[in-house]
Design a protein around this ligand. Structure first.
Ligand code: AMP
Ligand code: ZN
Length: 494
């Protein structure tokens, strides 16, 4: 019997605004789509929080025994600011500034994203499709929407007709917005646009002559609108109706609202059963964002190189900090809170490690089965990780009592405790025991690099420049840059 047959998972659905019992469309299998990063700069800790929230969802569904197909895209084209009215494609903008090919920008920041996710011990998705790899599918969807009568062409661009759609559908049902209110609020914009109505959004944009990323289409050489890629890739890999769609809260409108409209216009059914939205990570009470510069980068956190930090923090500690808040709560980032989480994390790991030193007795002081179920109850209640962590701390108290001899546990209960602690700490939360060095984080890495720096110094002292250059060059190939200064050699991770 699979675990999911014994546990009742409830998920908060942003569409119905209710916690609902989770029932996948196909027995035992779950299809989940999460909007991925727009790869024109390094991901910040806010982005990481959302991706780690869905890593927790993925991990728990797998732990329950579901076969999960987790699709998370890479937005490598088309994420226009202001729907292209006054904004540019940020990838193109960055390519211009850094004098790179747009695909070099995409490659650089995709690699960074994957490195960061690996450092956080997040599992890779089952499929990671790119927008540029699915232009044909996007064109086909536009053709279908036009043929259904919900889109129109203007000067080589194609727009979704929101007013027409709203006549027989409900535009705004996810975000709780009314089309009439939106129209009243944007009246003055109408004149500057080639759209029939400011609420209409681009499905295809004709490329200006300087726009390098362009593809042929029936309407013009151009590029697809941002919302379309997620409709194309989610339905291609998960079907016209799938179980879970996730993203950060800020994507609810317009992005996810537009995804619903596109899919309904095309397939005559709502694309997603459960919409999940992760809440924001803030810094000084304001949303972390790329555009405002109010953010912390993962590498700054791992190295301690940011004025708000007193020291470096291991990725797993940062993850523990984030999971001490529920994914639907706002979380404010601070050095003090991280230090407190580090202490808690160390306490939990100490308790976990001392499990092996406990000798079983004839009876159990605590009801271990009830404790284990309480851990599941926490996760079954919309992935409530802070309550789960509180239960793990409860177990740490038991463990200390067994060690001191003020309580006892039977052999069978001890096995259950060990297995469940392992399952929840490592499989479900995806934490790492830094003492085991499993995450290759700061300490182990720096010891290894320091050793290589020492060997390079010896080679230089012996005038063996071939060896000293080889050490420097090969480290650089692995993204580790040595810098020779007056106080010796330091290194940084690229
Ligand atoms: P982007 O690359 O801007 O499309 O963002 C990638 C993901 O990060 C999206 O799901 C966003 O909703 C999410 N996100 C952006 N800023 C934050 C933040 N401050 N806290 C949590 N998630 C965020
Ligand atoms: Zn998306």
């Amino acid at each position: 019997m699979k675990l999911f047959e014994q546990q009742e998972l409830h998920i908060y659905n942003s569409l119905t605004k209710n916690k609902e019992m989770f029932q996948p469309i196909n027995d035992g299998a779950v299809g989940m789509y999460v909007c991925g990063p727009t790869v024109y700069s390094n991901v910040h800790m806010g982005n990481c929080r959302t991706f780690l929230s869905f890593d927790l969802v993925f991990r728990y569904l797998k732990h329950l025994g579901y076969k999960v197909r987790y699709v998370r895209n890479i937005t490598d084209a088309g994420h226009l600011e202001n729907d292209g009215e006054s904004g540019d494609d940020p990838i193109l903008k960055k390519a211009r500034i850094e004098q790179l090919e747009p695909m070099e920008v995409v490659q650089k920041y995709s690699v960074d994203f994957h490195n960061v996710m690996a450092q956080f011990n997040a599992l890779p998705p089952s499929i990671e499709p790119t927008a540029t790899g699915h232009i044909i599918e996007q064109i086909q969807i536009i053709e279908k929407i036009i043929s259904e009568g919900y889109a129109y062409e203007k000067n080589g661009s194609v727009y979704f007709d929101v007013i027409k759609f709203n006549e027989d559908h409900e535009y705004g049902k996810l975000s709780g917005r009314q089309l009439e209110d939106m129209i009243t609020n944007t009246r003055e914009l109408a004149a500057q646009s080639e759209k029939n109505n400011p609420q209409d959004f681009a499905l295809w944009k004709k490329a200006e002559s300087q726009h390098i990323m362009r593809w042929p289409s029936p309407w013009s050489d151009g590029f697809p609108g941002w919302h379309l890629e997620c409709t194309a890739m989610s339905t291609k890999y998960l079907g016209n109706k799938f179980d879970i769609h996730g993203g950060g809260m800020d994507l609810k409108f317009p992005h996810h609202e537009c995804e619903i409209a596109q899919a309904e216009a095309c397939n005559h059914e709502s694309p997603v059963n459960v919409w999940m939205h992760a809440n924001m990570l803030t810094l000084n009470g304001k949303k972390m964002a790329k555009s405002t510069g109010n953010n912390i980068l993962p590498n700054e956190l791992f190295s301690g190189e940011n004025d708000v930090l007193s020291k470096a923090f291991a990725p797993t500690v940062a993850k523990f900090f984030m999971f001490q808040a529920h994914y639907r709560s706002i979380l404010d980032f601070s050095n003090d809170a991280l230090e407190a989480s580090e202490k808690g994390y160390n306490r939990l790991m100490d308790a976990y490690r001392s499990l092996d030193a406990i000798t079983a007795g004839d009876s159990s002081t605590h009801d271990i089965s009830a404790w284990k179920q309480a851990c599941y109850d926490a996760m079954n209640d919309d992935f409530n990780s802070p309550i789960l962590i509180a239960q793990l701390f409860e177990a740490a108290k038991y463990i200390n009592a067994y060690k001191e001899g003020s309580a006892s546990i039977t052999k069978e209960d001890l096995e259950t405790l060990k297995q469940s602690m392992h399952d929840f700490i490592f499989d479900v939360l995806g934490l790492l025991d830094t003492a085991e060095g499993a995450n290759g984080d700061g300490n182990q890495l720096s010891a290894a690099v320091e050793l290589l720096i020492e060997l390079r110094n010896q080679a230089r002292a012996n005038k063996d420049f071939a060896t000293s250059d080889q050490i420097r060059d090969e480290l650089l190939q692995h993204g580790i840059q040595l810098k020779d200064g007056k106080d010796g050699t330091t290194y940084s991770l690229n």
